[in-house]
Design a protein around this ligand. Structure first.
Ligand code: PHE
Length: 455
């Protein structure tokens, strides 16, 4: 394993699983998943999402990790190491760009969660109002929104610069289980609220006509990639710090199961709690869904302030363990491929990301044009999320599947997967999925989506 000063390595198998799960579990699960379910019409979206997770994304998770461990390099260099002299490194470059693109809007939302720690702790009046005016006013303030975005980006940069890193890994060991327990408690409270049944039905009883809506299918695919941190080389990068002899197959299984359980749990909180509010429209909340529903849930609990503050604190930590993996991809690239120092790489990428974050931070009411882009019909932030999550990540995943299945090829990948006595479980099934199912399914979805767009 590489031990140069600028590259690192995981201390243990558990350390790796926690870091990878830390990357995966974040705003994508607790903010993104319920928002997408709401926009995708409920249970049909959930079914499609689960299909994408298990048949398309899980095999790609293994593919990314094995590329990273084999090459021990950043995503761009990794493709060059395995297939020198071919243009496959462009796949890694797409990932580097996606890292910056996703971080630029992700940090805006992570900034909101920081503010909500404060609102919950101090019991800011009106957070739980039915009209969501409080949320609208808050995000409509561009200076606050961007200020908090910068706080998130600087915190991320400082963690990545080292020192605090070990601390974060140690903290994650306590915070992640704590988040999980809190989610279970909140779900129990939510499903016992009056009116919760309608929410459960919405969440669990699929309207089969929606299953064939290409926009919903594409959104489910994009959400699955986003939630699992796939398609942009985050897992190639994390895999590059992984030692031989660790079973990639079982590590990947843990990450997928943990990530999916957290997303499903979030749905068991938001929909029952939402539907217990009269006149609730799950698709109407947009990016504000959790920020308006959750404070009302906390209001219904004894000691709700404390629950609320604890919840948003844990969510902020979960978001930070994701932002560090987003920043790590471009940073690792500049270190490995360009020979930059870690410090220079971190601050340059952070500065660029902050600049790119400005329009997203202003697109929630502060600027009318950015909040509803003319001719696009969505906000700049939503447009960024759509481009990166629904297009760039699935395309990246498609290329990774084709690369491992047909270019590097499964037998060679299996040599790495089975290195030093590790045994890849279900190797035959994985081979089938990565060679045929992943590329074909993603390609079909993209083609139909583009056809629908051209309309
Ligand atoms: N998976 C993270 C989340 O769900 C977001 C993320 C996407 C992180 C891509 C890294 C890479 O919040």
């Amino acid at each position: 394993m590489q031990t140069s000063t600028e590259r690192g390595a995981w201390g243990s198998r558990l350390g790796f699983i926690l870091a990878a799960a830390g990357s995966a579990v974040g705003l994508g699960n607790i903010w993104g998943f319920p928002t997408q379910v709401g926009q995708g019409g409920g249970a049909a979206f959930v079914l499609l999402y689960l299909g994408c997770v298990f048949f398309i994304c899980a095999p790609i998770m293994i593919a990314e990790l094995v590329i990273g461990r084999r090459a021990q390099k950043d995503p761009v260099t990794a493709f060059k190491v395995i297939r020198p002299g071919t243009p496959w490194w462009l796949t890694g470059m797409l990932g580097v760009l996606a890292g910056v693109g996703i971080l630029s809007f992700y940090s805006v939302i992570a900034g909101w969660t920081i503010a909500y720690v404060w609102f919950a702790a101090t019991g800011a009046p009106g957070t739980g109002d039915a009209t969501s005016a409080f949320f609208g006013n808050f995000v409509g303030n561009g200076t606050t929104s961007f200020g908090l975005t910068v706080v998130v980006l600087i915190a991320t940069a400082l963690i990545i610069l080292g020192g605090v890193r070990a601390g974060i890994e140690r903290a994650t060991k306590i915070m992640m289980p704590a988040l999980f327990v809190l989610l279970i408690l909140l779900a129990i409270r939510a499903v016992t609220l009056p009116g919760a049944d309608a929410g459960l039905a919405y969440y669990l009883r699929p309207d089969m006509s929606k299953i064939w809506d290409i926009n919903v299918v594409n959104a489910a695919l994009g959400q699955a990639f986003f939630s699992l941190s796939l398609g942009m080389g985050a897992m190639i990068t994390y895999g590059s710090y992984l030692s031989r002899g660790t079973s990639i197959g079982s590590a990947a299984a843990w990450v997928v199961v943990l990530d999916t359980s957290v997303a499903l749990l979030a749905g068991f909180i938001i929909f029952p709690a939402g539907f217990s509010i009269a006149g609730f429209d799950p698709s109407g909340g947009g990016p504000g869904l959790i920020f308006t529903v959750l404070p009302r849930l906390f209001d219904s609990l004894p000691g709700g302030h404390l629950f609320g503050a604890a919840f948003f604190t844990l969510l902020t930590v979960a978001a930070l363990t994701s932002t560090i993996s987003l920043l790590e991809v471009p940073v690792a690239h500049l270190i490995d491929a360009r020979g930059w120092t870690r410090k220079r790489a971190v601050w340059v990428v952070t500065g660029l990301t902050a600049a790119l974050a400005i329009p997203s931070a202003l697109s929630n009411g502060a600027s009318a044009t950015l909040s509803a882009l003319p001719g696009v019909g969505m906000s700049f932030l939503d447009l960024m999320a759509t481009i990166w999550n629904e297009m760039a990540l699935p395309i990246g995943g498609f290329l990774i599947a084709v690369f491992v299945g047909w270019v590097w090829r499964v037998p060679d990948a299996l040599v790495e997967l089975n290195a030093e006595g590790a045994r890849m479980p279900f190797a035959g099934l994985w081979s089938f999925l990565i060679r045929y199912v992943c590329p074909a399914a993603i390609l079909l979805i993209i083609v139909f989506k583009v056809r629908a767009l051209l309309g």
